[in-house]
Design a protein around this ligand. Structure first.
Ligand code: COA
Length: 424
């Protein structure tokens, strides 16, 4: 069996944050039923399209292993169906704009009245407070969660990360909240409301920067290059370029070919435990005993000198040769991999980090697989559903609708405009 087999999830999510969460639940075996607006569905189906007439990769990458039901929940028939589905499901996940579910007639109180065991899981941009009513997208979350002000270079503007820490990050947080609530329900029999705010999710991932904010009160941040360059700190944590966020100083260094290849770089960490090996490797054996370089404390004001010397060595090798030379010595380094290199990486295919999926309209394509592996609950990535592909199936299976009921429902407009229904 799969870990979440038997758990039914009403997936009222769209765009990225919510779908990330429900896709994980589906990968772990939950029956995830995506409710979509008739005719159009999740807006991402049509966004950033690359193949005419096919659902976009934006949509497919976030909606594998789900079923799709078209339902207009603002019609009487649609509301009746939604009520029925809430009765027989375990979890409802949504990431509408604040208040949208209430406006639809399904406040938390109403939902509890229908099914007290149901877990209602929501993502919003902000938690309670002055911005609770605001709509939020990924980059807004990165800006208000502390990521943008601390990312980039000191002399540049605030920068957002390519990693979707606001959307996918918060989806991950919500998934943990849901399985925790399911676990508690085993003992109490009660559902509960699970909320994750994108601002909070980003801040959680930026907690090292709030740590540094408080450290600033007690002196300069000595591991930041700014300190080694003798530049004073302001009152807020500055952008630190590629300086390591941890206690072991690290930087991105050029490798052979950097003049032509934008990714011919390596990350190099000067872990204290292997400092003597680093010195030997880069041809500076005297630094092992030299009081200016022998200890982490002594090196902090001289990090620019240290990394210049290491870079003089890394520039003689490709980023992969640096990895090969450092790994056996226990020196932590990592090549800067391009997305092309990642897509072509055989080991990532073998581990399931990247999988190939067949889709009915787009054909074979790559997608990121489940990043969490359970030894007793294997994940098989299946194609994202076409819009409404399971409407009849789900309504028959979960609510006992027969052909006539479906016909009536379709005529009422709950499954789309009546003319569409008539044509079906
Ligand atoms: N049937 C009927 N109505 C439906 C429906 C369905 N199946 N699915 C959605 N709707 C309605 C909603 O009820 C809402 O109606 P209302 O405005 O009258 O209340 C409407 O569609 C639009 O939904 P909304 O969530 O406001 O979409 P949006 O495109 O205006 O905003 C976001 C998009 C992402 C900005 C917004 O949903 C949001 O802030 N979400 C929370 C934070 C979040 O997850 N952001 C990250 C997204 S990756």
């Amino acid at each position: 069996m799969k870990a979440l087999e038997g758990v039914r999830v009403l997936d009222f999510t769209h765009v990225q944050s919510g779908p990330t969460c429900t896709q994980l639940l589906a990968w772990f075996g939950a029956d995830v039923i995506k409710l979509e607006r008739p005719g159009t569905g999740d807006a991402t189906r049509a966004q950033l399209a690359d193949i005419p007439g096919a659902d976009s990769l934006y949509f497919t990458m976030l909606n594998h292993n789900k079923r799709s039901v078209e339902l207009d929940t603002k019609t009487a028939g649609g509301r009746a169906v939604l009520t029925g589905l809430i009765e027989v499901c375990d979890v409802l996940v949504e990431n509408f704009a604040p208040g949208a579910l209430d406006r639809m007639g399904f406040s938390w109180e109403v939902i509890q009245g229908i099914n007290p065991r149901l877990i209602l899981a929501s993502i919003k941009g902000f938690g309670p407070g002055p911005y609770a009513d605001c709509k939020v997208y990924e980059n807004v979350a990165q800006c208000v969660g502390g990521a943008a002000s601390t990312t980039g270079f000191r002399d540049g503007i605030p920068t957002v990360s390519g990693a979707q820490i606001g959307d996918s990050g918060t989806g991950l947080h919500l998934a943990l909240g849901i399985v925790t609530a399911l676990f508690q329900r085993e003992r109490t029999g009660r559902g509960q409301k699970v909320s994750a705010a994108m601002q909070d999710g980003v801040l959680n991932l930026c907690r090292v920067k709030l740590r540094d904010q408080q450290r600033l009160r007690h002196g300069p941040l000595r591991e930041y290059s700014q300190f080694a360059e003798g530049l004073p700190f302001d009152e807020a944590v500055p952008r630190a370029g590629n300086d390591s966020g941890g206690g072991q100083p690290g930087r991105i260094l050029r490798c052979k070919g950097w003049q032509d290849d934008p990714n011919a770089y390596t990350y190099f960490i000067t872990q204290a435990a292997v400092w003597p090996r680093i010195c030997t490797l880069i041809g500076r054996p005297a630094w092992v005993e030299d009081p200016d370089f022998a200890t982490p404390e002594a090196r902090l004001p001289r990090l620019n000198t240290v990394f210049e010397a290491i870079e003089a060595w890394t520039m003689t090798l490709t980023k992969f040769e640096v990895m090969e030379a450092c790994n056996p010595l226990g020196i932590p380094v990592g090549p800067i991999l391009s997305m092309q290199e990642i897509a072509d990486d055989e080991s990532l295919r073998q581990s399931g980090a990247i999988v190939e999926v067949d889709h009915p309209t787009r054909g074979r394509h790559l997608t990121v697989g489940c990043p969490i592996k359970l030894s007793d609950s294997a994940v098989e990535v299946t194609p994202a559903p076409l819009l409404g592909a399971h409407t009849g199936e789900v309504l028959a299976e979960l609510l006992g609708y027969g052909a006539e009921d479906l016909e009536l429902l379709a005529r009422s407009g709950a499954l789309g405009p009546p003319r569409r229904a008539a044509a079906e």
